[in-house]
Design a protein around this ligand. Structure first.
Ligand code: HEC
Length: 145
């Protein structure tokens, strides 16, 4: 039951990826969407291993978490410009509360790197994915439509 809930959560986080940024004209918006897509792709690497759709590989999981960390560090940079696009789901509050937005990014960067060092066997993936997903959610629930 718990696993199903977690997988649903992950699916919700990554599901909008495929089509969401097609047709975006603004370069800044495009760039930040690409960073987010990469976040989703790396989260998926871990999700697929957890579901045993791909072979468990501790180094692969660690690399995905390390990439999540550097993408999180990059997040405030790609959101610096208050750019808009009809397809954007970014809430204007980001630029009123940029300190808070930055803090959430840095927290996820920190969590990801701690988790990268925690992966030894397949049992470590589930708690890692759970913490990553809640990091995504803590920002999306505030700053994404
Ligand atoms: C600090 C805030 C923040 C964090 C942390 C964050 N996101 Fe996002 N994410 C956003 C915002 C804001 C948008 C909307 C951007 C837009 O549409 O202009 C977004 C959009 C997305 C999108 C849609 C991209 C598109 O092409 O439209 C995906 C997928 C996504 N995020 C995945 C993730 C995943 C996976 C994580 C965690 C590993 C994550 N995000 C962490 C703020 C964040």
């Amino acid at each position: 039951m718990k696993v199903i809930k977690l997988l649903t959560l992950i699916f919700l986080v990554i599901s909008s990826v495929a089509f969401a940024h097609s047709g975006v004209k603004d370069q800044n918006v495009k760039e930040r969407m690409m960073v987010m897509k990469a976040m989703a792709d790396n989260t998926k690497v871990i999700g697929q291993m957890l579901k045993r759709k791909t072979q468990f590989d501790a180094n692969e999981a660690k690399s995905a978490l390390e990439r999540l960390s550097s993408l999180s560090l990059k997040t405030p940079k790609v959101f610096t410009v208050n750019a808009t696009d009809p397809k954007s789901e970014a809430k204007p509050a980001i630029w009123d509360e940029f300190d808070e937005f930055t803090k959430l990014s840095l927290e996820l960067a920190e969590t990801s790197i701690v988790l990268a060092n925690s992966i030894e066997n397949i049992e470590d993936l589930r708690p890692a994915l759970k913490r990553i997903s809640s990091g995504c959610k803590s920002c999306h629930s505030k700053y994404r439509e």
